[in-house]
Design a protein around this ligand. Structure first.
Ligand SMILES: Cc1ncc(COP(=O)(O)O)c(C=O)c1O
Length: 390
């Protein structure tokens, strides 16, 4: 007899499930660590998604299943209703992961040695995707001012103007600093990259996680006016906590890029889908809106808990999106190794240390905040005790 599944009508009741092997590899063997380092929601997932997976699992048939066209339709209906973004005239292709899409685009659209622009501190996978393909990361760091993180557009233009720079990976919204780039900022990026013939890969996997009143602007909506070539990554993996199951999507306005991508995908057999992923993908987009609204409200209230509760010396960079808080520990005056030891050893917290995202992240750490409020209160209490003990 299977155990009765837990009630799934609240977004706040799940415990912190995490991969114990990975946790101890990264942070040591402390059983009491509170694991808040990975970008996934630690809450009960959308009931429609869980039900779809349970139903699919109950069929007892897990063989080859063609991907229904309805999958892509469900994405575009969701995009139209949540973001006012219409896919007319765009090419949409399924891809096993965001990393796969970016890796294939790097291979197809640039040559070894050529430059790929990144804006650190930024998602940890981008740089290795560039270096492992023997391309050159070109850094245009974000700038932190009193009103948050901004792009340095002069620097971006200088680096884009180098004829060796062929591609830019834009993180929109930005992991880890939480910016939702405005239409003007995106239009500036599009104009710069169009002027210098730099292809833009907009990683928009956190699109649905803009925290009201902030609103996601698709790079596609500014691209046409500039004439820039671009592609964007999308999908339900972050929105609905399905990174271990679902495929993602690659959207582009450029039919030639789409063709290159499809040809390479079919050559490498990247097109086989996971039957559970198909079920969960469509269920998320068709049934998950109310759950997502609750999740966004929970994240915003957790930001307030952090803002009000963090002890002196520690501050939060106000996120405009994502379920990740970028926390500023520079006031504690510790260097990178000292701070990493202090999180795990004194505060008993597994956080992503800021330097993982580039050297500009030194003194910061990323904390997952899509959790029940009790976990945030626990994290704040641990930090407060550890600060008192310094
Ligand atoms: C900005 C961004 N892109 C991509 C990913 C990962 O996507 P995938 O696992 O599909 O490569 C993440 C995961 O945290 C992310 O934050």
């Amino acid at each position: 007899m299977p155990a009765t599944p837990p009630a799934r009508d609240a977004v706040t009741s799940n415990s912190l499930a995490t991969d114990p092997n990975r946790l101890s590899q990264l942070f040591g063997d402390d059983d009491g660590l509170l694991p808040l380092w990975i970008a996934e929601p630690y809450v009960d997932l959308a009931p429609g998604v869980v039900a779809a997976l349970e139903t699919r699992s109950g069929t007892g048939w897990y063989g080859y299943e063609a991907r229904p066209r309805a999958l892509i339709d469900s994405f575009w209906e969701w995009m139209a209703s949540r973001h006012g973004w219409d896919g007319a005239g765009l090419n949409t292709t399924v891809s096993p992961s965001v990393g796969t899409s970016i890796g294939v685009l790097i291979e197809e659209l640039t040559e070894p040695g050529e430059g790929v622009l990144l804006q650190p501190p930024v998602f940890t996978d981008f740089k290795p995707l560039v270096t492992r393909a023997n391309r050159t990361p070109v850094r245009s760091p974000l700038v932190l001012t009193d009103d948050g993180y901004h792009m340095d557009l002069d620097d971006l233009e200088t680096k884009a103007a180098d004829p060796n720079t062929r591609m830019m990976i834009l993180c929109n919204p930005h992991n880890p600093v939480g910016r939702v780039w405005t239409r003007d900022e995106l239009a500036d990026v599009a104009a710069i990259c169009a002027r210098h013939d730099v292809f833009v890969v907009a990683d928009e996997i956190h699109a649905d996680l803009a925290l009201p009143p902030f609103r996601f602007t698709p790079f596609a909506s500014v691209a046409a006016a500039s004439g820039v070539s671009w592609a964007a990554t999308h999908g339900p993996i972050k929105t609905f906590g399905l990174a271990g199951v679902c495929d993602t999507l690659l959207v582009t306005g450029d039919a030639d890029v789409s063709k290159l991508f499809r040809t390479r995908s079919s050559q490498l057999h990247l097109t086989r889908n996971n039957v559970f992923g198909v079920a969960a993908f469509e269920a998320g987009y068709r049934t998950g809106a109310e759950w997502l609204d609750q999740l966004l409200a929970l994240i915003s209230s957790n930001v307030a808990l952090l803002r009000e509760g963090l002890p002196p010396g520690i501050g939060i960079i106000e996120p405009e999106s994502t379920y990740l808080a970028w926390i500023d520990f520079r006031g504690l005056g510790m260097d990178v190794p000292e701070l990493a030891r202090w999180f795990a050893g004194s505060a008993h917290l597994a956080l992503s240390p800021g330097h993982w995202f580039g050297r500009e992240g030194a003194g910061f750490a990323r904390m997952t905040i899509a959790t029940p409020p009790a976990q945030i209160e626990d994290a704040v209490a641990r930090l407060t005790t550890a600060v008192d003990a310094i």
